[in-house]
Write a protein that binds this ligand. Structure first.
Ligand code: ADP
Ligand code: MG
Length: 358
């Protein structure tokens, strides 16, 4: 008979803890890209360029023209829980930026080779720093880990190479670079639609052709056309949902395809709640039920919705990769949104009747 002595409990090595934590935040290249994209938007960028190799596993590069990072902050940039965005827990209730927990760059530095090149408007040159395991590290063959002065424009370029190089089990889970690229392009497309005033490009390294280009001036409908095509962009109705203080609904707006549009494949709604890209299955279900009254059987619609919920009715401190959100008065708010969409679709229907009569 085997003895049932309890196994000894011992603290994990700090490098193991950091790797586990990193793997929870960065599950796939698209998660890393989303974090980097949000950092660039937080930095006030009006131009964001993305280059990807092997689905982001070999290389993920994002270049922005935002405010940059001060030279003296580069030493702690990739330590866990270092951020320029909040300083107290109370700040969470009025947070206006995407990031706030200072975990993204730290996480990436534990599971990839990370190089940051950045220049603020006060600096005469750009500074380039390489990171490993949260700390500044020398480049291959280099003598010092100190940031090096280089030529460069104002803004920040983040280069992530060999993602998951030290997590072989995770690396084996990725079957196709093409699938990972499509997930990245999907994230970029959603943010491109939602981010008025920001120009985006996204392409595979070595290819001349961009899979996505929007200008800073592009309207929301132009952005939807670029990402989802003219067939959708030509058949959109504007959605506006009035605020309701009692429900904690500040308001909602967006676009939805009219009854002339009828796709064979279904689209995950492009949904932003308080400017975060999220999914909300009850809303998705309610919309497809609504459209079933307007479209032939098996037909699908496209919707882009930006919902603003009173911050105290929404918990922003959810897990970074949890895209599914919950908010107070969900059923009532979903109903308001659906009523607005239905109203907009009804108006299109009557205008078509008028057209055929005249
Ligand atoms: P968080 O975004 O939660 O603060 P991150 O690890 O994503 O944490 O980033 C840490 C800090 O690095 C940010 O608070 C910001 O000051 C700075 N930073 C990161 N990316 C950029 C960027 N593209 N432009 C300017 N500053 C950046
Ligand atoms: Mg961040």
């Amino acid at each position: 008979e085997k003895s049932k002595l309890p196994p000894k409990i011992k603290p994990l090595d700090v490098s193991v803890i950091n790797k586990i934590a990193a793997g929870e935040i960065i599950v796939a290249p698209a998660n890393a890209l989303k974090e980097l994209l949000e950092n660039s938007i937080d930095a006030g960028s009006t131009s964001i360029d993305i280059v990807v190799k092997d689905g982001g596993l070999k290389l993920l590069q994002i270049t922005d023209n935002g405010h940059g990072i001060n030279r003296e902050d580069l030493g702690i940039l990739c330590e866990r829980f270092t951020t320029s965005k909040i300083s107290s827990f109370e700040d969470l209730t009025k947070i206006a930026t995407y990031g706030f927990r200072g975990e993204a760059l730290a996480s990436i530095s534990h599971i990839a080779h990370l190089t940051v090149t950045t220049r603020s408007k006060e600096s005469d040159c750009a500074w380039r720093a390489t990171y490993l395991d949260g700390k500044l590290a020398p480049v291959k063959g280099g003598a010092t880990a100190d940031p090096r002065p280089v030529a460069g424009r104002i803004g920040t370029q983040i280069l992530v190479e060999d993602l998951f190089f030290n997590v072989p089990s995770r690396l084996r889970a990725f079957r196709s670079a093409g699938d990972e690229y499509n997930r990245i392009a999907d994230v970029v497309g959603r943010y491109a639609i939602h981010s008025e005033g920001i120009a985006f490009t996204c392409k595979k390294q070595g290819e001349a052709h961009h899979s996505l280009i929007t200008t800073a001036q592009a309207s929301t409908v132009d952005r939807i056309r670029t990402v989802y095509g003219a067939a959708i962009a030509n058949e959109l109705v504007k959605i506006n949902v009035a605020g309701d203080k009692r429900l904690g609904l500040v308001g909602a707006s967006g676009y939805a395809t009219n009854a002339n549009f009828n796709a064979k494949k279904s689209y995950q709604p492009v949904l932003f709640i308080n400017h975060r890209a999220v999914t909300c299955d009850p809303l998705k279900r309610a919309l497809s039920q609504l459209y079933s009254a307007f479209l032939p059987k098996g037909g699908h619609s496209f919707t882009y919705l930006s919902l603003l919920i009173a911050p105290d009715k929404l918990d922003v401190n959810v897990h970074p990769t949890k895209r599914e959100v919950r908010f107070l008065n969900e059923d009532d708010i979903i109903q308001r949104v659906c009523e607005s969409v239905q109203h907009a679709l009804g108006e299109v229907d009557t205008s078509r009747v008028f057209k055929t009569q005249s």
